[in-house]
Design a protein around this ligand. Structure first.
Ligand code: UGA
Ligand code: MN
Length: 296
């Protein structure tokens, strides 16, 4: 027997065994369930955008109110916070506060017209601000929903996820309004049959600013819609400017208006702070803190 014969035989056995193992391994692998490849699944589409218009103005509570509202809005996805200051100059403190909160925002100025500022009668609060917000939406938004969120109210975040699917105009109850304790559409058999509010004042839509949202597409279909400088009639005037708006087409949120998810809270007015005596406190932290205070 030639010496090469056993080597050839061993080699054949080795190659054959390797082949068998490879076939067996392939078979084993083919029987394993496919791993879930998450990244191959299409991500869910983002929810429709929300445009939250917040009028604000300088007073002792301003930064506190914006901080509280801002951290509420931080829980809400796909939202642009349109903060409009009733002021002639931008406020570095407001900008610093908005940056710290970290909600996507735009910051605009819209001072109240002088003729209303000096009246002894009720002032049209937040009207120039809200109309400035509407201008921004008209120029920059195509879809989604807008909502007027005053800086001093309380909002349950679930109302934002409900309002963002508004097709035309949606409404829901607002707590802490007038002596009735609430302002809401009255619903019977799923339909609006009236409005419950301690002050009706001859309004067609006697609702609170915090109690309705409007679709951006619907706003585009009403290019003249805006808020009037008419104290007490801002909501009514704006909703009327959206007409035709039959009550049957208003979408009812908060479980057919059976829950309170927004409140007209109203913060206690704080007096302006008295002047800092720099002779006594010069060179201390009080000098740096001074910029945060609205002084008498
Ligand atoms: C509510 C409505 O939000 C007002 O639009 C309406 O004028 C008022 O009721 C009314 O019917 O008399 P209310 O809580 O009474 O408002 O008023 P504020 O909270 O003081 O003001 C409403 C919003 O406008 C706030 O976001 C506030 O920051 C802003 N505002 C107020 C200004 O931008 N400028 C002002 O001089 C006062
Ligand atoms: Mn208020």
């Amino acid at each position: 027997m030639a010496t090469g014969q056993p080597i050839k035989m061993y080699l054949t056995i080795f190659v054959a065994t390797t082949c068998i193992y490879m076939v067996l391994y392939q078979y084993h692998v083919s029987r394993q369930p496919m791993p879930q490849v998450e990244f191959l699944k299409a991500p869910p589409p983002p929810p429709p955008p929300l445009y939250i218009i917040t009028p604000t103005y300088k007073r002792a509570e301003q930064l506190a109110e914006l901080t509280r509202l801002g951290y509420t809005l931080k829980h809400v996805p796909n939202l642009l916070w349109i903060v409009v200051d009733d002021a002639n100059h931008t406020s570095p403190l407001v900008i610093e506060t908005l940056n710290r909160i970290g909600v996507p925002y735009e910051y605009f100025l819209a001072p109240m017209p002088e003729i209303y500022k000096h009246t002894k009668k009720a002032k049209p609060r937040g009207v120039s601000n809200r109309n400035r917000g509407l201008d921004y939406i008209r120029a920059n938004a195509t879809d989604g929903v807008l909502y007027f969120a005053d800086d001093d109210n309380t909002y349950d975040i679930s109302i934002f996820d409900q309002m963002r699917y508004t097709k035309k105009v949606s409404m829901w109850p607002v707590g802490l309004v007038t002596k009735f304790g609430i302002s809401t559409p009255i619903i019977r058999n799923g339909k609006i049959v009236g409005f419950y509010d301690g002050w009706i004042g001859g309004r067609k839509f006697p609702v609170d600013m915090a109690g309705f949202a409007v679709s951006v597409k619907f706003l585009h279909e009403r290019p003249k819609a805006k808020m009037p400088y008419k104290p007490g009639y801002e909501e009514d005037g704006f909703l009327k400017s959206l007409q035709p708006l039959p009550l049957t087409e208003i979408e009812l949120l908060a479980s057919n208006c059976t829950e309170i998810l927004t409140w007209h809270t109203q913060t206690k007015k704080n007096a302006n702070a008295t002047a800092l005596n720099t002779n006594v406190h010069g060179g201390t932290n009080l000098v740096q803190l001074d910029k945060y205070l609205v002084r008498a």
